[in-house]
Design a protein around this ligand. Structure first.
Ligand code: IPM
Ligand code: MN
Length: 375
């Protein structure tokens, strides 16, 4: 029997409830496919922060880096200023583990309704590959009042360090500014990942940018896209401006196969993607470092309003668990989990409120776990 040790961070709000169901289904998959998961639970999130003042320590990160995959629920809590947990825990982990791919399948499962009139599961089946460590997410910027001031801003990554020394001379009352940066290396690796993915799909890669306005940052993106594309002769490509692609996602989702995007635009377009695949309750994601520690989480947040109500849809989390199984090499178990989700949906009996049902989070988890065990 193969044994895996998998750290799990349930987090805040509905996190613990949805993660419980995800674990249940992955354990069921293990029973059927002959592996055993030893879950190592970590307390990080709002309560832990309020009790100890710690977001996530260097020691914990080091310890977690011994593992291939982490299972993550959701973080965010009304008692804490927006951004503190997100930056201190989630983004911190994405950067620390250099999870440069944020993989977000946009797939309308059989039996799910999309709000887009006339489209079916044949039309909505693509993957967004979101760059996950750079762009406007590097978190450097500042505020400056009228007059002269200086600032030193630094980006420290596994791959590089970049330091900006700013001399500010402003006659505005006050300014707020934020720097975005992409590197040639960072752009190339994520675009290459998208092309490799497309090889085994429909051989089409769509790029997203805003090179018509933010031409320095996304001019580099386009240059790298063109350079990587030149190595893949049988893969079709095109450039899309981010505003236009939101329109195409709604009008012609069937055009897309693999969509590769800088970080911030990827954040925005994948919420839209979640909606066309049937809602946030059905949208999974993985933060991937192909050679290191990856982390799997639903793309939705912690929905504090529903905390402890056993009401939230666990499917996005269970599906993220399927992505985790794929990453650790349990391919067959991974596709069976997705198939069990599909069977639960097609049966149309056990479903949470967001899908028009009245079942609980655990009912749905139990049903999918049962389906995984009974081929
Ligand atoms: C997401 C979330 C995060 C992001 C937040 C919570 C930092 O919205 O995973 O899409 O912006 O990446
Ligand atoms: Mn988001």
């Amino acid at each position: 029997m193969t044994r895996y040790k998998i750290p799990v961070i349930p987090g805040d709000g509905i996190g613990p409830e949805i993660i419980t169901e995800g674990r249940k289904v992955l354990d069921a998959a293990g029973e059927r496919f002959g592996f055993d998961i030893d879950w190592a639970e970590y307390p990080h999130g709002a309560d832990h922060y309020l009790e100890t003042g710690e977001l996530i320590s260097e020691d914990t990160l080091k310890e977690l880096s011994n593992y291939r995959a982490i299972y993550f629920g959701s973080i965010g809590d009304d008692r804490i200023k927006p951004g503190v947990l997100e930056k201190g825990i989630l983004l911190n982990m994405r950067f620390y583990f250099d999870q440069y791919v944020n993989l977000r399948p946009i797939k309308l499962l059989e039996g799910v309704e999309t709000p887009i009139k006339g489209k079916t599961s044949k039309d909505i089946d693509f993957v967004v590959v979101r760059e996950n460590t750079e762009d406007f997410y590097i978190g450097i910027g500042g505020r400056a009042k009228k007059g002269k001031s200086t600032a030193t801003l630094e980006v420290m990554r596994t791959m590089y360090n970049v330091k900006f020394g700013l001399d500010i001379d402003s006659d505005c009352e006050e300014i707020g500014y934020q720097l975005g940066l992409i590197s040639r290396e960072g752009t190339q690796r994520v675009i290459r990942y998208a092309f490799e993915l497309a090889k085994n799909r429909n051989k089409h890669v769509s790029s997203v940018d805003k090179a018509n306005v933010l031409s320095d940052i996304y001019g580099l993106w386009r240059e790298e896209f063109t350079s990587v594309a030149s190595e893949y002769h049988d893969i079709k490509t095109e450039f899309n401006f981010v505003d236009a692609i939101t329109m195409w996602f709604v009008k012609n989702p069937e055009w897309f196969d693999v969509v590769v995007t800088p970080n911030m635009f990827g954040d925005i377009i994948t919420d839209l993607g979640a909606m066309i695949q049937g809602g946030l309750g059905l949208a999974p994601g993985g933060n991937i470092n192909p050679e290191g520690t990856s982390m799997f989480e639903p793309i939705h947040g912690s929905a504090p309003r529903y905390k402890g109500m056993n009401k939230a849809n666990p499917i996005a989390t269970i599906w993220s668990g399927a992505l985790l199984l794929d990453q650790i090499g349990e391919r067959e178990a991974s596709s069976e989990v997705v198939r069990a989700i599909e069977r639960n949906i097609v049966n149309n009996k056990v479903k949470t409120y967001d899908r028009g049902g009245s079942n609980t989070t655990s009912d749905v988890g139990n049903d999918i776990a049962r389906l995984v065990k009974n081929a």
